[in-house]
Design a protein around this ligand. Structure first.
Ligand code: 2AM
Ligand code: CA
Length: 269
């Protein structure tokens, strides 16, 4: 296969791959007790299944697109070869804590970027068999049916996703007061615990916004493209675009009509 393949072929490849990867994760989760290790803290977990799924995804990409770069959460960082500007950004299991504790509310996230631009993105929730996808210029889909934003939203009608594991960090970022006020002016705050899935939920209208602190490219690579292709807005807390190189960034994804209001709320105290 060649670099000249169009986005639709990449979406088909990523969709098949995410479904296969999700099946491996579900099979692995059949054991009720999944052993895990800690990464950066007691809240940051990894299992052998995360690593196994990453190895599977990486092997398939290498086999099909040997010249493409690959960045994965569990240690993959391959430059690719030749002059390819294509780079896959993958999270084998997003929501590992849910995977271990709940056996649901986790997903596989696979995205393809060219330069800094998203080409194709897929988020697959294997326990609900829900596949969210976005293809540059072609729109966003849930199990093949188009998804997108309709009508206007106001803050007091909005459901906002975020995660309280970051509460200590909001203090350090001087965002504590803003998050508190946001909880009061919105209709409510929800926390699923899997950033890629929460981004897909914004695109599908199940959440009106998602606020992530300290996210890395593999957490939002696919979800960002899906939200944008659904017609939503994604930025950092200053309203600028996110960098695919940096880890631990603040991310705001939302229905287009509340993005400006949310940025005002996130102005540093
Ligand atoms: P993960 O499950 O792939 O680690 C938790 O709400 C979300 O933040 C998950 O998507 C989780 O991804 C991500 N995350 C990123 N950095 C994290 C960290 N240091 N500890 C826990 N979750 C983290
Ligand atoms: Ca992960």
């Amino acid at each position: 296969m060649t670099e000249a393949m169009n986005g639709q072929e990449y979406i088909l490849f990523a969709t098949k791959l995410a479904r296969e990867a999700g099946k491996i994760a579900l099979e692995g989760r059949k054991e009720k007790i999944v052993s895990y290790q800690f990464k950066s803290s007691h809240k940051d977990l990894v299992t052998e299944i995360d690593r196994q799924v990453e190895r599977f995804i990486v092997a398939k990409i290498k086999e099909t697109y040997p010249s493409h770069g690959i960045l994965g959460e569990e240690g993959t960082n391959i430059d690719g070869g030749g002059n390819s500007s294509y780079r896959w950004v993958i999270d084998p299991i997003d929501g590992t804590t849910n995977f271990i504790h709940q056996g649901i509310n986790f997903c596989v996230s696979i995205a393809l970027y060219q330069g800094g631009e998203g080409v194709a993105g897929v988020v697959y929730d294997p326990s609900r068999d829900e596949l969210f996808s976005g293809e540059r210029g072609k729109g966003a889909f849930l199990n093949g049916s188009p998804i997108g934003f309709t009508g206007e939203k106001k803050m007091d009608e909005s459901l906002i996703g975020t995660n309280l594991i970051w509460v200590g960090r909001t203090r350090r970022l001087k965002l504590e007061e803003s998050i508190y006020r946001l909880a009061n002016v919105s209709r409510g705050v929800r926390s699923l615990g899997a950033a890629a899935l929460e981004l897909a939920y914004v695109a599908a209208g199940r959440l009106d916004a998602y606020l992530g602190l300290y996210l890395s490219p593999w957490d939002y690579g696919a979800g960002k493209l899906i939200v944008e292709e659904a017609g939503g807005k994604v930025s950092n807390f200053d309203g600028d675009s996110l960098s695919l190189i940096s880890e631990k960034q603040g991310l705001l994804a939302s229905h287009p009509s509340i993005h400006g209001d949310l940025l005002q709320f996130l102005k540093r105290e």
